[in-house]
Write a protein that binds this ligand. Structure first.
Ligand code: ADP
Ligand code: MG
Length: 677
């Protein structure tokens, strides 16, 4: 019987390939670097590089690239061939350990947010052995060996998303291992690892139609378009039967992703017509981030082969659902077990509840940073628009777990809600509901049985940013709890009693972050304001969270981002936001002037001599006037906030024109056509 997938991981220079192709001591050394995070022995680099080159050339590769994740949010590569002249008129091939370990792309055009002046613009890429190298085929089939790297300035300052991600994982590991020791778990040098399963939503639109939509081509979303007549009202698309052309695409997508070792698992139709989702099986966080970046690269390339454009934008179409990325996060302890599973004895329960309470502290203290970590021009269309979680960050624990938290708060005291009080480390937790029964889809940060799901990420965002924040704030909360408990135990208190009183105090201080109700209601926004929870509606509201003393202290204390590195992120994200809105504004004005206003003028001319349609002509004329004025206002607007208002106003008159101008004169494919795949 066949119980494997042919070709899985075929394009990856992973452990099995390394074991087969490296000498035993070299393999043992690199495996130790990967597993225990120990320092890379530069002495093995030449052998590894040579083996990589041999393997890559067998797969048809002629070039290699250091593959990195600059602060643009996408991935970057610069190719070098393996060739060297032999000085006899021919060439030999080679790939040295030095070339594997370090690269120096001419990187002056990547955003540095002020970290580098142009005269010192050099950036270095450095091999990250914890992510396996892989082969990438371009659209014409040429193969390139991709070596995952970090990207730093000459002084070691991080210019990418991966460096702080790895740092944050190390910090979380340190504090998790420390917490484990309090519970008698000591696994020597073995690290704890955060795990991630990123659910990815996307749209598929007919490529030929997209070719006629300069707004989608230039900005990834529609800037105009009256709503489709039939969209998601009937809820008939969600989990519906997958149409053959889409099914063929999905089959190829899975096959390609499997070759990259991406464990693609689930595929289905989403809420909106033309909207879909792919979810992998969870993996160690940094690998899962790499794999999500690869997935985002593979999606559009594979879609094009099937005549589709794959839109990863958070809000390609107004008035129907946009796309997000659910970030399923847990901690695998040094013992290899998922520490977000409640466990089945009082001791494990106590560890589990400690982690839940630490998350309450982390998220409540840094709700503003969580919001900032998912801020983008595209995501602003979703958060708070009743299709995605609100911009207010809160935690859903479900009724039962909330009740347990309340009982711990009351523990030792005589009374609680139903008279119960749980003594940590002594009492067994009641059975928690498993599976899908107790899920609240409106919560931004929900406990779902064995993990937390952060649901506010945009479909187009690298998951790195949100997880850098999550890892670091949880590490800080673990640090706090460990410090308090260790001190109490030191001074003679019994461990369970010490833990009990520390957690009770943390719960008291941070329980305002818990909310199990409907996050889409106005009542919740009022209640959240009363509780003092931040409601940072737009990117411009959210990004200043990166500039607070609290944020600087957090990231510098744990060595995840220096003050300068943090400041550079703020600068880049703000500039990116302004630039994107500027491009949208210019594109909207351009399309209105050169395509849509002329269509309205033609329609008015055609109708002018027909008295029966005089009413329509008059309506078109007044909308046309509004559109012309709208363009003028948009072109005069300079600040993003003003540009957004002007775009919306212009869109209102243009969309009203689309509803009455003869469709054969209207140059843009309609929402009805676009959403029908
Ligand atoms: P749903 O759409 O119901 O939220 P999915 O099955 O689409 O669920 O996605 C759930 C994701 O959570 C998957 O990627 C899954 O692998 C991931 N997941 C499960 N357990 C863990 C864990 N311990 N750590 C991280 N992610 C996990
Ligand atoms: Mg989910």
């Amino acid at each position: 019987m066949k119980n494997t997938i042919e070709g899985f991981g075929e394009l990856v220079f992973g452990l099995p390939v390394m074991e087969a192709r490296l000498s035993a001591p070299t393999f043992a050394s690199i495996k130790n670097t990967i597993d225990a995070g120990s320092k890379l022995d530069p002495g093995i680099a030449d052998e590894v590089a040579e083996a990589m080159k041999e393997w890559a050339m067998e797969k048809g590769a002629t070039h290699y690239t250091h593959w990195f994740q600059p602060l643009t949010g996408s991935t970057a590569e610069k190719h070098d061939s393996f060739i060297f002249p032999d000085f006899k008129g021919g060439v030999v091939t080679g790939f040295s350990g030095d070339e594997l370990i370090q690269g120096e792309p001419d990187a002056s055009s990547f955003p540095s947010g002020g970290l580098r002046a142009t005269f010192e613009a050099r950036g270095y890429t450095g091999w990250d052995p914890s992510s396996p190298a892989f082969i990438k085929y371009d659209s014409v089939g040429a193969a390139t060996l991709c070596v995952p790297t970090v990207f730093c300035g000459y002084n070691g300052e991080a210019l990418d998303k991966k460096t702080p991600l790895l740092r944050s994982m190390n910090v979380l590991s340190e504090q998790t291992v420390r917490l484990g020791k309090l519970f008698g778990i000591d696994c020597g040098d073995t690290m704890a690892k955060a795990t991630l399963g990123a659910e990815q939503e996307y749209f598929l639109i007919d490529l030929d139609l997209v070719a006629e939509r300069p707004d989608i081509l230039r900005t990834g979303r529609t800037l105009f378009g009256k709503g489709a007549t039939k969209h998601q009202q009937l809820d008939d698309h969600y989990f519906g039967a997958i149409k053959p052309r889409v099914a063929a695409f999905m089959a190829e997508l899975d096959a390609v992703l499997w070759q990259y070792g991406v464990p693609a698992k689930t595929r289905h139709n989403e809420v909106c017509p033309a909207q879909f989702e792919i979810a992998p099986v969870f993996e160690t966080l940094n690998i899962a981030v790499d794999h999500n970046m690869i997935t985002m690269e593979v999606l559009p390339v594979t879609a094009a082969k099937h005549g589709f454009a794959c839109l990863l934008h958070e809000k390609p179409f107004a008035a129907v659902n946009g796309s997000g990325k659910h970030n399923n996060w847990a901690i695998s302890g040094p013992d290899g077990k998922n520490w977000l599973k409640p466990g089945d004895n009082p001791h494990e329960n106590a560890k589990f509840m400690t982690i839940v309470v630490a998350l309450m502290k982390a998220v409540d203290t840094h709700a503003d940073l969580m919001r900032a970590s998912v801020a983008s021009a595209g995501n602003d269309h979703r958060l708070g628009a009743n299709e995605a979680p609100p911009a207010v960050v809160s935690i859903f624990l479900g009724d039962q777990l909330t009740d347990i938290v309340e009982q711990i708060e009351a523990g030792g005291a005589s009374a609680s809600k139903d008279g119960g009080a749980i003594h940590l480390g002594v009492d067994l937790l009641p059975e928690l509901p498993r599976g899908n029964t107790d899920r609240n889809r409106t919560s931004p940060f929900a406990f779902v049985g064995n993990r937390f799901e952060f649901r506010a990420l945009g479909s187009n965002q690298s998951p790195a940013g949100a997880n850098i924040v999550l890892n670091t704030i949880v590490a800080e909360a673990f640090d706090y709890i460990c410090t308090e408990v260790e001190a109490a135990v030191e001074s003679g208190k019994e461990f369970n009693d010490a833990l009990q009183s520390v957690l009770a105090a943390v719960i008291k201080e941070h329980k305002r972050i818990l909310f199990n109700g409907d996050g889409y209601t106005d009542e919740w926004l009022e209640e959240a304001a009363k509780r003092g929870l931040p409601n940072l509606v737009t990117t411009e509201d959210a990004l200043p969270a990166l500039q607070t003393q609290k944020a600087k202290d957090l990231f510098s204390k744990y060595g995840v981002l220096s003050n300068a590195e943090l400041e550079s992120r703020f600068n880049i994200y703000e500039e990116t936001y302004e630039t994107l809105i500027g491009i949208e504004a210019a594109t909207a004005a351009d399309i209105a002037k050169t395509m849509l206003i002329p269509a309205a003028v033609m329609a008015i001319n055609e109708y002018a001599s027909v008295p029966a349609v005089a009413g329509i002509t008059a309506e078109m004329s007044s909308l046309l006037e509004a559109a012309v004025a709208g363009v003028a206002k948009l072109e005069a607007a300079e600040k993003p906030a003003d540009q957004i208002v002007a775009m919306n106003e212009l869109r209102a008159s243009i969309d009203a024109l689309e509803a009455i101008v003869p469709s054969e004169l209207w140059p843009l494919p309609s929402y009805d056509e676009l959403l029908e795949v």
